[in-house]
Design a protein around this ligand. Structure first.
Ligand SMILES: N[C@@H](CCC(=O)N[C@@H](CS)C(=O)NCC(=O)O)C(=O)O
Length: 221
């Protein structure tokens, strides 16, 4: 059975955004059962874990002796098992893969940059100076994305693919802003993708251990 490594607990600002969500969602869309291995901060630097994930991050997928890190690579791997994620038609498949890369390569770096400034360094002088430019870059990318989406339901056609899955998880990182909400077509698109039962199951599965393992006030002292 597939084993997915995820965090046992993260602070609320990260809950629902951790990148194993993409993998859980893909597995749910593909109808593939999995078990989870939950790790804590101390585990990230262990030699055993670094052998699987050189950067000490999540997610990691293990399947029949294969170990994979990088959510994009994992999504492509799962996509091979599911026509829902990667359509059989070569052009549609190519486009789905194209949108996965667009999400993680053309949009996520800017979104992540803004999120780091806002969530980790909000009071730093350099961050206050950098933020307007960082936000402008995100706006530019979102405008282009909204322009391309137009009145379509999904990025490439009227059918959901792994490209939409990845793009939705990237847009979610902006939830502390109104940048998506200010673009109604994008907001509706995100909502459309998130209303899929597979997403709802994946999100609930990521959040469940966080609730169970939340540090108590006493332990946090
Ligand atoms: N490019 C990697 C990024 C993975 C990543 O950023 N994981 C975060 C959680 S969303 C993490 O493990 N952060 C902890 C750390 O970097 O120490 C992927 O897509 O899998």
């Amino acid at each position: 059975m597939i084993r997915l490594t995820a965090f046992r607990w993260v602070p609320p600002f990260a809950a629902g955004l951790v990148r194993d969500l993409r993998v859980r969602w893909a597995l749910e869309e593909a109808g593939i059962a999995y078990e989870e291995r939950l790790i804590g901060q101390g585990d990230q630097d262990s030699p055993d874990y670094r052998a699987m994930q050189p950067f000490g991050q999540v997610p990691v997928l293990e399947e029949d002796g294969l170990t994979l890190f990088e959510s994009g690579a994992i999504l492509l791997h799962i996509g091979e098992k599911s026509d829902v994620l990667l359509p059989r038609d070569p052009a549609a498949r190519g486009h789905a893969i194209q949108w996965i890369f667009a999400a993680i390569n053309s949009i996520e770096p800017h979104v992540q940059n803004l999120s780091l400034i806002d969530l980790f360094y909000p009071n730093e002088e350099w961050a206050k100076l950098r933020r307007p430019g960082a936000e402008q870059m995100v706006e530019k990318r979102l405008d282009s994305l909204a322009g391309r989406l137009g009145s379509r339901d999904y990025l490439d056609s009227d059918v959901f693919t792994a490209g939409d899955l990845m793009m939705t998880t990237v847009l979610r990182i902006l939830r502390h802003t109104d940048l998506v909400a200010r673009r109604p077509a994008l907001a509706a698109y995100q909502q459309r993708c998130e209303s899929r039962p597979a997403f709802q199951k994946a999100l609930a599965a990521q959040l469940a251990p966080f609730a169970e393992n939340a540090p108590t006030a006493q332990a946090a002292e």
